[in-house]
Design a protein around this ligand. Structure first.
Ligand code: FAD
Ligand code: LAC
Ligand code: ZN
Length: 465
């Protein structure tokens, strides 16, 4: 540590309440990495603020000394956005966890940014509402991280991404300026909508400290089915049919190719497999409604028609909460990749939906031509045009040919007019490929925005753009 760094950490520690600044060597290992699989990095210090004022004080000092700051929520990000950067401090918002208000007339909830997503969902339910951002990491991720990544998840087809669920934000700019923009109104066109700039900016433009969230009425019925189809053409017919027959009741459409489905069931014997080993592509279809007397019937009519049309080969409709959980269990087993596959290279591609089937086939072919023992698992939020591909080359062990795999898959996705990130963001992992999805003019505009808001480049240095 240089004298200046030691001086800086001394000033930071003195300016913040006792126990807020944990020196790097004493910080728990969990702050040293996120879910990206990148090698852990020990920060100079971990700052654990309890208030917006603490965040502002910290940023003011960092700005003055040009000290880099890596914001962290629940550290479940997959793109390396929350991964510490050597020579920088970490600012983790876990102590800023509180549901401050539920406004039952406006249907809003005001929360601190470190509140876990599952806590937000539970508080909404307790108040008779639902918060409709939902993803597998719900127990660990924080709402500030969800907003900063503009998270997607399983209900996007009906309710949209995190952006659609945010009405107001409080955030702190790089120089410590606090911007309180805790709007609750659905309509507010008074000048630029500043929150939109922060949403999805992955901690590079400001630190989110509070959010006003938009709540939804809690559906009184939820119907869930697992369908099996022969091929991707049939999957597209099911999507069209479900959209037409279920309209806004269609709340999830998650697809699992045999590569994903069979590998995860094979690797996790505790999961109960609803169908035999009949192959095919599996779809979780979920509908939610407000007419419990009729909703289940309408759902079964829809699925019955799809079976009759010959696009669905087999279907199981969950008859209990337990069966619903069983249907989702394999889709939610993605946190077990380490156990089932070892090290992976993960993709979060967006593609025109009609092209996804051919893309999966072609990528599988090309990967196998290069690495004969490759295991490419395909699944995703296909109702949102979002394909996840997870690749493992068993013979490469802990040294996966990450860059070659990235080049191959991103080359193919770019050729098909896709995006390199539909929901996880760019972080560090995808930064070298951003130019495949954005034009020079778009990149230059992003850099101008970054320069205007963070002229000393202290916020999440080296990430995104
Ligand atoms: P972190 O990982 O801590 O941070 C993410 C980014 O946000 C970083 O760039 C960080 O610097 C920044 N950040 C965090 N908090 C703040 C703040 N308060 N202010 C400013 N910047 C901040 N993602 C999806 O979109 N859809 C899914 O379906 C999905 N499923 C997942 C399933 C599993 C099992 C796992 C492990 C991850 C999944 N993810 C999914 C990825 C991840 O959960 C999301 O990206 C989530 O939104 C990250 O939240 P976090 O609190 O963990 O953020
Ligand atoms: C999922 C995460 C990885 O959908 O985005 O499983
Ligand atoms: Zn996803």
């Amino acid at each position: 540590m240089t004298d200046t760094t030691a001086d800086f950490l001394g000033r930071l520690t003195a300016a913040l309440p006792p126990g807020t600044v944990i020196p790097g060597p004493e910080a728990q290992d969990r702050y040293c990495h996120d879910w990206s699989g990148l090698a852990p990095v020990r920060p100079l210090a971990v700052v654990l603020p309890r208030s917006t004022e603490d965040v502002a004080t910290c940023l003011r000092l960092c700005h003055a000394s040009e000290m880099g700051v890596v914001p962290q929520g629940g550290l479940t990000g997959i793109a390396g956005g929350a991964q510490p950067v050597a020579g920088c401090i970490v600012l983790n918002l876990e102590r800023m966890s509180a549901v401050e208000e539920v406004d039952t007339v406006m249907a809003t909830m005001t929360v601190q940014a470190g509140t876990p997503l599952a806590t937000v969902q539970a508080a909404a339910e307790e108040a008779g509402f639902a918060f409709m951002v939902d993803l597998g990491a719900r127990g660990s991720c924080a709402i500030g991280g969800n907003i900063s990544t503009n998270a997607g998840g399983n209900r996007v087809i009906r309710y949209g991404m995190a952006r659609e669920h945010v009405l107001g934000l409080e955030f702190v700019l790089a120089d410590g300026t606090v911007v309180r923009s805790l709007n609750k109104m659905l309509k507010n066109n008074a000048g630029y909508d500043l929150k939109q700039m922060l949403i999805g900016s992955e901690g590079t433009l400001g630190i989110i400290t509070r959010a006003v969230l938009r709540l939804q009425a809690k559906p009184t019925s939820v119907s869930t089915a697992l369908c099996r189809c022969a091929d991707f053409e049939a999957v597209l017919s099911v999507l069209k049919g479900a959209r037409k027959r279920l309209g806004p009741s269609l709340t999830a459409f998650e697809v699992m190719w045999p590569s994903f489905y069979d590998t995860m069931y094979g690797g996790l014997p505790q999961l109960r497999r609803p169908f035999g080993n009949g192959g095919g592509i599996h779809i979780i279809v979920e509908a939610s409604g407000f007419d419990p007397g009729r909703d289940a019937e309408r759902f079964e009519e829809c699925l019955g028609a799809l079976v009759e049309e010959g696009v669905v080969d087999d279907v199981i409709v969950a008859a209990s909460e337990r069966e619903t959980r069983d249907i989702w269990a394999v889709r939610e087993s993605v946190s077990e990749y380490g156990r089932v596959l070892g090290r992976i290279v993960a993709f979060d591609i967006g593609l025109p939906t009609t092209m996804i089937g051919d893309f999966v086939d072609a990528a599988t072919r090309e990967l196998a031509a290069r690495w004969p023992d490759v295991r490419p698992l395909a699944y995703g939020h296909i109702g949102d045009s979002n394909l996840h591909l997870v690749v493992n080359v068993p013979s490469a062990g802990d040294h996966q040919p990450e860059h070659e795999i990235d080049d191959l898959v991103y080359g193919m996705a770019g050729g098909a007019g896709g995006t390199i990130s539909a929901e996880h963001g760019i972080g560090l992992v995808k930064k070298p490929y951003l130019g495949r999805s954005r034009s020079e003019a778009e990149l230059a505009t992003m850099r101008r925005l970054k320069q205007a808001l963070d002229p000393r480049g202290i916020l999440n240095p080296g990430k995104v753009v």
